[in-house]
Design a protein around this ligand. Structure first.
Ligand SMILES: C[S@@+](CC[C@H](N)C(=O)[O-])C[C@H]1O[C@@H](n2cnc3c(N)ncnc32)[C@H](O)[C@@H]1O
Length: 458
């Protein structure tokens, strides 16, 4: 990013404290961040028009598509980390230009978009930036925190005052901070020297009374905890650094926190005033009339939490540092689609799913149960989602592999929606080039195509 490199070259954030005139240094820093953002807004996407495309004929979705060669939904060269998207990473996050395009095409200004699996808040941010009201829910408290903070404007003066206080307190207390209560499962991922500063920051941040500010710095702490974790980057599942990689990794917690917090302050200050999405820690199967919306835009889990994308494994350490105990995490996880915590409803009797379950059943009983429970929960979720939606439900989902059997989530979703009384209006697809794929002998991987399906009440 052009502006980002200038920012790095002109102001070394780590040196800000040493600068004689600190306020001037902050002012320069934020001007550069804003310049950077202005640049990222001048994006190709403004020139795009959207018409359904016909693509990948392996799928029988032709009847629902019109050909349009103008649009490449892979958005080559288009900025994806603009605005607050880069505040914190999230696993299997939606492509922001895709979210923006769908919102602008399908949701009129002033209407409400709902993302019932809002994750890191990609759809929420794009809705806030484009003047649509947004409602998001997720069962993962990390997702809820990120989605809130990424959509809520706070003035930089308020944030900086609090930042100075938190930092001074944590730096002063770090040496004497007790770390006996950090569970082994969390310790395993950090150098011993990192624990005291992380704990001191955690304590100072959890004491902040103002909820908006506390949550903002919880996000910066969580991003710091991720940046300084002893794990390989760019992989879905955590894998501890080894050998030379481990020796070379020398994280500095306070420096990492300063960088994250100052960058967040600049970006949150630039959000539109009054853009505030409603974000709930809620199971999508419990949506009510209070969450009624014009259109849903969402990317649900693929049913591969156990053998592919491990949402809670990915989030565990970050959840711990933001103050969610391991016990609470376990409870939240029970609401995950397919968790089998409370048994599951009847398996929907739709053709593609029935066929696939029959094949998997002949291979591995455990996998059959896992898939059956996920799709039973997924069906129930879609039914509830459709019940609170006025116009369209847009589902973005990839396929998966289980017991060496390809599961076509596009077909399964379409048949579920038809069963619920909605029909496929438009179909698009995009090839995933940068998808992080777990190395699990094929069962977690193989996801290279994303289906984008637009449903309307039949
Ligand atoms: C593919 S991710 C969504 C990513 C999101 N679109 C983003 O841009 O970051 C799927 C999400 O579904 C959430 N989830 C799983 N079961 C759920 C349920 N029963 N209700 C609501 N959310 C659920 C997971 O916690 C995860 O955040």
């Amino acid at each position: 990013m052009f502006g980002g490199s200038i920012a790095k070259a002109v102001v070394n954030v780590g040196d800000l404290k040493k600068t004689q005139n600190k306020n001037l240094a902050y002012a320069i820093y934020f001007c550069i961040i804003k310049f950077d953002m202005a640049l990222s807004l001048i994006r190709e996407i403004t020139a795009l028009t959207l018409n359904p495309i016909r693509h990948n004929l392996e799928l029988d979705f032709d009847d629902h598509a019109e050909l349009n060669t103008d649009l490449d939904l892979n958005f080559p060269g288009v900025q994806t980390q603009h605005a607050t998207h880069s505040l914190h990473t999230y696993v299997a996050a939606i492509n922001p230009p895709l979210a923006e395009t769908m919102i602008k095409h399908y949701v009129p200004e002033g209407e409400t978009v709902l993302d019932p699996f809002c994750g890191g808040g990609g759809v929420m941010v794009e809705a806030a930036l484009s003047g649509r009201s947004a409602i998001g829910c997720d069962i993962n408290p990390l997702a809820v925190l990120l989605s809130k903070v990424k959509t809520r404007h706070i003035s930089s003066a308020r944030m900086l005052k609090c930042y100075e206080k938190v930092l001074a307190e944590a730096e002063a207390e770090a040496k004497n901070t007790k770390i006996d209560d950090v569970p082994d499962i969390v310790r395993f991922w950090y150098l011993e020297d990192s624990l005291k500063p992380l704990k001191a920051l955690q304590k100072a941040i959890l004491k902040i009374k103002d909820e908006d500010l506390r949550e903002l710095f919880q996000v910066s702490l969580s991003a710091t905890a991720r940046d300084t974790m002893l794990t390989y980057r760019g992989e879905i599942r955590l894998r501890r650094l080894q050998g030379k990689d481990l020796e070379r990794f020398k994280p500095n917690i306070f420096a990492a926190f300063k960088k994250r917090a100052l960058s967040a302050i600049g970006k949150v200050d630039s959000l539109p005033h009054g853009a505030r999405a409603t974000i709930l820690n809620l199971d999508c199967r419990k949506l009510t009339e209070a969450q009624r919306c014009h259109t849903v835009i969402t990317s649900p889990p693929y049913g591969d939490d156990k053998n592919g994308v491990g949402y809670f494994q990915f989030s565990r350490n970050m959840l711990y540092w933001i103050g969610v105990s391991l016990e609470d995490q376990k409870q939240q996880k029970e609401n995950f689609l397919g968790s089998m915590a409370n048994g599951f409803d009847d398996i929907p009797n739709t053709p593609t799913l029935s066929q696939i379950l029959e094949i998997i059943g002949t291979k591995k009983a455990g996998h059959h149960k896992e898939a059956a429970s996920f799709y039973a929960d997924y069906y129930k979720g879609l039914k509830r989602i459709a019940a609170v939606t006025d116009e369209r439900v847009i589902v973005i989902i990839g396929d998966r592999v289980l017991s060496r059997t390809k599961i076509n989530n596009g077909h399964i979703t379409t048949e579920f929606m038809q069963d619920i009384g909605w029909s496929l209006e438009h179909y698009y697809s995009r090839v995933l080039t940068k998808k992080r794929i777990a190395n699990l002998g094929g069962d977690g991987g193989g996801i290279s195509l994303e289906h984008i399906m637009v449903f309307r009440r039949a």
